[in-house]
Design a binder for this molecule. Structure first.
Ligand code: G3H
Length: 195
């Protein structure tokens, strides 16, 4: 069995302000996680001859991967966060106040709701297909550093969770979800590196 390690980027400055989307750098807590993650990966993959680190093209994931050395890093646009379209950069409060119909339709059907000029969860699930095919083909461990909506979809694929649950799966910050694919099925471990 070989592990797939899934993690969100360290907390970003936009996370602190409650803003969705964007492309900000890490907060202080996020920078601490970045260091803890590098230590963890170094120990966890010490005995592995090869492995690779996959990030999105957004700086919060690239920065989070920064201190991890010794393994190739690959950037995937398909690992970018759900595109919130016209709502990019807003807080949920602002969406509720300024675009109440959008807020309500998303609440009603979060899986299918597509942000104006942006994406739905179904869109994200679809664009992840090549990533999943490549993950399945890998023989060596992969560390995937991505975003909440994307990791919900990836996790659901490996953990065999139903489509309708995907937008509601908890993928906390600063936690590594380790998936082991063996002959007897999929096993999961979680490592919470900080609060
Ligand atoms: O910025 C987007 C979030 O990571 C996705 O969260 O789909 O629960 O709004 P949400």
């Amino acid at each position: 069995p070989r592990p797939i390690l899934l993690t969100r980027h360290g907390e970003s400055r936009d996370n602190v302000r409650g803003r969705i989307g964007g492309d900000t750098a890490l907060s202080e807590a996020g920078e601490l996680y970045m260091k803890k993650l590098a230590n963890f990966v170094e120990k966890r993959l010490k005995s592995e001859r090869t492995a690779s680190i996959w990030t999105s093209t957004l700086q919060r994931t690239i920065l989070t991967a920064g201190p991890i050395v010794g393994f190739p890093k690959i950037q995937w646009r398909a690992l970018d966060e759900i595109n919130a379209g016209v709502c990019d950069g807003m807080t949920y409060e602002e969406i509720k106040k300024n675009m109440p119909e959008e807020y309500e339709s998303r609440k009603k059907d979060k899986l299918r709701y597509r942000y104006p000029r942006g994406e739905s969860y179904l869109d994200v699930i679809q664009r992840l297909e090549p990533v999943i095919i490549e993950l399945e083909r890998q023989r060596a461990p992969v560390v995937v550093i991505s975003h909440q909506a994307v990791l919900r979809a990836l996790y659901a694929y490996f953990a065999d969770r139903p489509l309708k649950e995907i937008p509601h799966i908890e993928v906390p910050l600063h936690t590594i979800i380790e998936i082991q694919m063996g002959v007897t099925g999929v096993q999961e471990k979680r490592y919470k590196l900080m609060d």
